[in-house]
Design a protein around this ligand. Structure first.
Ligand code: CTP
Length: 397
């Protein structure tokens, strides 16, 4: 069995081979190719030392940000490919970075320092596989298993605890027993990991299809990164797990469910270093979590205040309560769109200037505009300039 390697990658491999070096595709690309999944990026591993790589690729556009760790990014046909010198294990006293970077000339040693068997598969330029740690067997059995001692792997880089959960959730794999025991034992090491790295893995986890089941099974691990979850009683936990099971693969929606259950939305979102945009989306969903959903007016009013996709909101409400009729919500939304209903100030048939001409001024203008919009949303007034102006004239008298 061999995998296919695109020419923009094999060109770089050929360049290294022509300089009498070894070079293999390694990691996620091989794993994904064997699972017939889309390959996003190709990582190469080589025995060429960083200075040798720089020399060999001197005619290419390169990025040297990772060079101290042995990684040179080379642009091939405009696409970035990371090429890393074979490295071997070193000690990790801070549980996140090796104390020193040590290069090796042996491919097997480079594979041995990696996290999981399914991430240590390699392919040569012809796509032939090199599998030192039975990664293919684990792929077939759908298992995430640490290479060698799981305790050591998690001691080296505690982020791997979350990586194991993310891969298991995304690929629909189980976590092998020894790996899962170690993962629970070592969970507190996550406290050594920067919030940014946790955020990236946790976001990937929340976007994955197996997220809900694993969140329940490994709740104690997630309590390390979101301590507020510890305060939930059994009933509240059960409710959150049920909501997550009904939710789509959407990290914003799932974060909203988690922070709604745990409380302290600001604190959690900030501690996870979520972006302002993500914070706004989550708090926008939460602010609308109890709105009525039954009539066209209800949905228009929600659309006025919703700053994101309506479908996400409908699915959020369904996750919160399985009795929510998403089909009806989507139908009402479609009717509003098809009829061109007005639900925001920018679509209202009158503007501030129209009100000025009638003699309104200052704060009164925006108050009146908002009241007109409420009446239009409730179908009490048609969204027509004369109708709206008449109603203003009437109330001003
Ligand atoms: N790796 C590791 N320990 C880590 C991070 C990465 O051993 N903490 C190794 C694994 O061999 C991994 C490779 O580096 O396959 C590349 O890492 P990364 O790009 O983060 O993951 P991928 O496996 O490529 O998966 P994806 O890009 O889909 O997340």
């Amino acid at each position: 069995m061999a995998i296919e390697i695109p020419s923009y990658v094999s060109d770089l491999m050929k360049t290294l081979l022509n300089s009498r070096h070894e070079c293999f595709v390694v990691g996620g690309a091989v794993r994904s190719a064997l699972l017939c999944a889309e390959v996003h990026d190709y990582d190469l591993t080589t025995d060429a030392l960083p200075d040798e790589m720089k020399e060999i690729f001197s005619s290419y556009r390169t990025i040297e940000t990772g060079i101290r760790h042995g990684t040179l990014t080379v642009l091939s046909e405009g696409k970035p490919v990371e090429i890393t010198t074979y490295r071997k294990d070193s000690t990790y006293s801070d549980h996140r970075h090796p104390d020193k970077v040590e290069f090796t000339s042996r491919l097997q040693e480079d594979c041995a320092r990696r996290d999981f068997t399914v991430n240590a598969l390699c392919a040569d330029i012809d796509g032939n596989l090199y599998d030192f740690f039975e990664g293919r067997k684990d792929l077939k059995q759908k298992l995430i298993r640490c290479i060698g001692s799981a305790d050591e792997r998690f001691d080296e880089d505690a982020l791997r605890i979350l990586r194991a959960l993310r891969f298991a959730a995304r690929l629909g794999f189980q976590i092998e027993k020894k790996t899962s025991d170690a993962l629970r034992r070592k969970k507190d090491l996550l406290l050594y990991i920067s919030a940014e790295r946790i955020r990236d893995e946790f976001t990937g986890f929340l976007n994955a299809s197996g997220c809900a089941e694993l969140f329940e099974e490994y709740a104690e691990v997630f309590e390390v990164i979101i301590p507020k979850l510890k305060q939930l009683n059994e009933e509240e936990k059960k409710q959150l797990f049920g909501q997550l099971k009904r939710s789509e693969n959407d990290h914003i929606l799932r974060l909203a469910l988690i922070v709604l259950a745990a409380g302290s939305q600001e604190e959690i979102m900030k501690s996870l270093k979520m972006t302002n945009h993500e914070m706004k989306d989550v708090s926008n969903l939460l602010s609308l979590s109890e709105r009525p959903l039954d009539t066209l007016s209800d949905i228009r009013r929600i659309k006025r205040d919703l700053k994101q996709d309506f479908k996400r909101y409908a699915l959020f409400r369904y996750a919160l309560n399985e009795k929510t009729d998403v089909g009806q919500m989507m139908n009402l939304n479609r009717m509003i769109i098809e009829n061109g209903d007005c639900y925001s100030l920018k679509d209202l048939a009158v503007r501030g200037n129209d009100l000025k001409e009638l003699g309104f001024c200052g704060k009164e203008i925006s108050e009146r505009l908002n009241q007109l919009l409420e009446d239009v949303i409730d179908s009490k007034l048609a969204n027509e300039k004369e109708v709206l102006l008449d109603s203003l004239r009437y109330t001003k008298q």
